[in-house]
Every structure is written in structure tokens, then in C-alpha cells.
Write a protein that binds this ligand. Structure first.
Ligand code: NAP
Length: 261
């Protein structure tokens, strides 16, 4: 299927690895010019080279090495691409833990990284999209927004705040051809997985292998997600065909969310 977005331009935040990288690659394969981002130059350069190889010829791949959670980082990204057609918001998630150990600074940091950073990038780009009559905003959040896990309290709280904001904004810009959706990953095989499993192993007295196996078997499809499955769904949400999908929280978790709706 031709997604009808060839020649568009996308900012994909936090995309040198993992889910962000898969979104960038899936969009690049559709002929979208991409600005990728990450804080580590070597990983970013490697991903840029891979994307150039895997994208159709003529697709522009630029990289901006910056911390997206800082005002300077966002400025650098927006200078490289002031008027994107597509914005994929992403950043590292807050660490797991016990809420009794978190202080004001931990909460401020989670709110800044996983709520206020995407809101500020949306603020900088959404009106330009509306003027063009086309825009796609996808926020990478977490399945924990729908089914919170206590140890991910910082993530649950900050991402729920973003989700509430998006519910209002998405309706406000819907008539201008701009869609805004949240993609909620369950458990995916990215570089982040070992650190998550280490925390589960430590808090349950299991080995990392045991914790990992239990987690894998808890997913109805009995495997972790492939990041490209996530990236391709993101690319579809950015397509012409997805123009009637907005204000949604779309879970992609191998059936792990147990509710009927
Ligand atoms: P990952 O594999 O660790 O990749 C994270 C990417 O983001 C890397 O490219 C990293 O590069 C970049 N990054 C992190 N912080 C950044 C910052 N401040 N500024 C710019 N780039 C930054 O992680 P992932 O699994 O793809 O997870 C992505 C998001 O989805 C996270 O918020 C995570 O909590 C959430 N999530 C993931 C899963 C899952 O199963 N994978 C499930 C639920 C939610 P540098 O470190 O070099 O900057």
C-alpha cells in the first residue's frame, strides 16, 4: 500500500535506537525525509547511515545530536526542520522504582521529559501543519497509560498528563487536517529491555533470564514485540489513509491489555 506521504518531512525524536528508530525507518521507507535525533553521536551516525541505505534514493536523512528534553535540544531540532509535516514525539522513559523513594526533582524530571517536552514540540509545529492542511503527530507513550504498573509510577503519572492534553488538542486541530494520536507500546525487544528485566528480577528475587521468560509468557502472543511492527503502525498513522483516525490511544502489545475495550 502506498501511504501517500512521499516527499513529506518528519521529525522523529529520540530515534537513534529502539522504537523511535523503527518509526524513522518505516517513514523513510515510505519516502519521507527524516530528521533523526539522539544524544550519542556514534549511535546517531550509525542509524543515519542505515536509514540512508534502506530508504529509497533521494530521501533526505539528517541527524541532530541533542537532548530533546532541554530547550536547547528542541531549538536545534526545530532549526533543522522548522515546519515538519509529521512529528513523532519520544524520549527515554522514567526509571522504575518505589514512589516512596521519589522526590520532587524525580517528578519534575518525568513531567519535563514525558509530558512537557512533547507539548512544547507540538506547540512549535502544530499551527504550521494546520496552515498547510496536513499534519500528523504521533506520541510514543506506554501501555501503562491504560494498565498502570505501580513500579512505573513516574511514567504512569507523566504520560497520563500528556494523554489528557492530547485528548483536548486533537479535537481542536482535527478540522485542519492534523491528526494527533498516541501509540502505547507493550513490551518490545529494544535495548531498554535488559534494564527493565533487571529491575523485575531484583524486585522478585528471580534471575534476569527467569524474569524475562515469565514476562514473555505473560504476553498472549508469547513473544516480545519487534520494533519494526511498532514503526510500521506509526507510519500508517502518518499516512493519507489514516486521515480519519485522530484522538486515539492505540495499544500495540500482543494482546496483553486484558480489558474488553
Ligand atoms: P531505547 O531502545 O532505549 O531507545 C531510546 C532512544 O531514545 C535512543 O535512541 C536514545 O539515544 C534516545 N533518547 C533517550 N533519551 C533521549 C533524550 N533525552 N534526547 C534525545 N534522545 C534520547 O528505548 P525504547 O524501548 O525505544 O523506548 C522508547 C520509549 O518508549 C521510552 O519512553 C520507553 O519508556 C517507552 N516504552 C517502551 C516500551 C518497550 O517495551 N520498549 C514499552 C513501553 C514504553 P541516546 O541514549 O543516545 O540519547
Amino acid at each position: 500500500m502506498d501511504l501517500g506521504i512521499k516527499g513529506k518531512t518528519a521529525i522523529v525524536c529520540a530515534s537513534s535506537k529502539g522504537l523511535g528508530r523503527a518509526c524513522a525507518l518505516s517513514l523513510a521507507q515510505e519516502g519521507v525525509n527524516i530528521i533523526i535525533n539522539g544524544r550519542t553521536r556514534a549511535a546517531l551516525d550509525q542509524t543515519r547511515d542505515e536509514l540512508i541505505k534502506l530508504a529509497p534514493s533521494g530521501v533526505g536523512i539528517e541527524s541532530v545530536c541533542a537532548d530533546i528534553t532541554t530547550a536547547e535540544g528542541r531549538k536545534a531540532l526545530l532549526e533543522a526542520c522548522p515546519n515538519p509535516d509529521i512529528l513523532v514525539n519520544n524520549a527515554g522513559g522514567p526509571p522504575p522504582g518505589n514512589f516512596r523513594d521519589w522526590d520532587q526533582q524525580d517528578w519534575q524530571s518525568a513531567l519535563n521529559n514525558n509530558m512537557l517536552t512533547p507539548i512544547s514540540l507540538i506547540k512549535a509545529t502544530v499551527d504550521g501543519m494546520a496552515e498547510k492542511g496536513f499534519g500528523r503527530i504521533v506520541n510514543i507513550t506506554s501501555a501503562a497509560v491504560k494498565a498502570p504498573i505501580a513500579s512505573l509510577g513516574l511514567s504512569n503519572g507523566a504520560r497520563a498528563g500528556l494523554t489528557g492534553f492530547i485528548a483536548g488538542l486533537s479535537r481542536e486541530v482535527a478540522a485542519d487536517g492534523v491528526t494527533v494520536n498516541n501509540l502505547l507500546p507493550g513490551i518490545f525487544a529494544t535495548d531498554r529491555l535488559p534494564s527493565v528485566m533487571k529491575y523485575v528480577a531484583t524486585s522478585t528475587g528471580k534471575t534476569i533470564e527467569q524474569a524475562s521468560e515469565m514476562r514473555r509468557l505473560s504476553v498472549p502472543v508469547k513473544r516480545f514485540g519487534d520494533p519494526m511492527e511498532f514503526g510500521q503502525l506509526c507510519a500508517f498513522l502518518c499516512s493519507r489513509q489514516a486521515a480519519y483516525i485522530t484522538a486515539q490511544n492505540i495499544v500495540i502489545d500482543g494482546g496483553a491489555y486484558p480489558g474488553t475495550l
